[in-house]
Write a protein that binds this ligand. Structure first.
Ligand code: MG
Length: 388
């Protein structure tokens, strides 16, 4: 029997790579897809995979796509908005929901999918960064697996197989260090959007590429790791590993360290999550040749020059709504940086300022999380607009 999946955010970087894995594997059925507005690509995906339902967030685009499908006599139903997203996430026959949408919009459909008992292949950062306690609590209550799709968390998840939680000493997340790893503080002052968008090892969307350059991406991953693997913030280390071959590690109490290695290709963690607990033949992924790579290097992150990582640890220590505030402020400043309204080094400044002004709620409800997110966006945007 074919495994049945839906993909939330199928036109993005993770979404398209997930469909690539599905095409190459040939034994997974796609029941639902969603997109924000890229209906040309979504239409091609519909023609290839024939899902039952698709959701287009923008209503005008949903209408347009619906007309096009009718002309072509394609039977796929088109729905729209958050309601539509939830409909796709909770499709009765779906077993696995790949959450690859970017942003807070991913939170509600993920929660509804967990309530409906679906296995979650998690690629949406905001889910655990903003609502980690709530989401993991719900998953435990429903007995639902949350399978990480991010390369670092997949590596940790793989390195944990066959071991008990109480034998963990620490988690070691690797970071590529981004394009500015070797830049001096002075050089960092001058960096441009174009430079920040050139990641040395991974091809990703623009938001996450900027987050990689600022090390905020690693900070968000530290927060995710804490929730996914139920460890203390002080038990998570970050080590810069510029080759991106060791995707992360687990250090055990007996002194052993287990790592997962592979070529930097997101299709690997995607395939692992889709097939878990099995491992499938994946000839489409370049095999790791350690001799060809020659050497692997490791260094400490420059936390003073890249303060975003520190801010994420602070938010994690604080807990409650602070993760949502960190995330929201970061989204605002990254957009401002991409619009060339602020400099690279102002990214952590504005996030810090926003966190400082937030009155943290310790055990927030979903509504309080969403409210903190709204507040942080508004406050941060106002601060940014004052500066230029
Ligand atoms: Mg990652």
């Amino acid at each position: 029997m074919k495994k049945k999946v839906v993909i939330l955010g199928s036109t993005g970087s993770i979404g398209t790579q997930t469909l690539d894995v599905i095409t190459k594997q040939g034994d997974i059925e796609v029941l639902g897809l969603t997109a924000n507005s890229q209906i040309d690509l979504l239409e091609k995906q519909i023609e290839t995979f024939h899902p039952q339902v698709v959701c287009v967030m923008r209503e005008d685009k949903a209408q347009l796509l619906s007309e096009r499908l009718k002309e072509k006599n394609l039977k796929t139903e088109v729905v729209t908005g958050v309601e539509g997203l939830v409909k796709v996430a909770t499709l009765e026959e779906a077993e696995v929901v790949v959450t690859a949408v970017v942003g807070m919009i991913g939170l509600l459909p993920t929660i509804e999918a967990i309530k409906a008992g679906k296995t979650i292949a998690l690629a949406n950062k905001e889910t655990l960064v903003t609502a980690g306690d709530l989401v993991m609590g719900l998953a435990r209550e429903k007995g639902v697996d949350i399978l990480p799709v991010d390369s670092e968390h997949s590596a940790i998840f793989q390195s944990l197989q066959g071991n008990t939680h109480k034998s963990i000493d620490r988690l070691i997340l690797t970071a590529s260090g981004g394009p500015f790893r070797t830049y001096t503080k002075e050089q960092l002052q001058e960096v441009t959007v174009e430079q920040a968008l050139k990641h040395p090892n991974w091809v990703m969307g623009s938001k996450i590429t900027i987050d990689s350059a600022s090390l905020m991406n690693k900070g968000l991953e530290v927060i995710e790791a804490k929730h996914l693997f139920d460890v203390k913030p002080s038990e998570i280390d970050v080590v810069v590993h510029k080759e991106s071959i060791v995707h992360s590690m687990v250090a055990y109490k007996d002194g052993s360290v287990i790592a997962q290695l592979g070529m930097p290709d997101m299709r690997h963690p995607i395939a692992y999550a889709l097939n878990y607990p099995e491992r499938r033949q994946a000839t489409y992924i370049e095999k790791l040749d350690l001799v060809k790579i020659g050497a692997l290097s490791f260094e400490a992150p420059r936390i003073d020059d890249f303060p975003c990582l520190k801010l994420a640890y602070d938010a994690l220590e604080e807990g409650g709504t602070m993760g949502a505030v960190l995330n929201a402020a970061n989204e605002i400043v990254v957009a401002s940086f991409l619009n060339k309204e602020i400099s690279f080094l102002q990214i952590p400044e504005f996030i810090h300022r926003t966190m400082d002004q937030h009155i943290c709620i310790s055990k927030p409800s979903l509504e309080q999380i969403l409210e903190s997110d709204r507040w942080a966006r508004e406050y941060c945007r106002e601060q940014v607009s004052k500066c230029y």
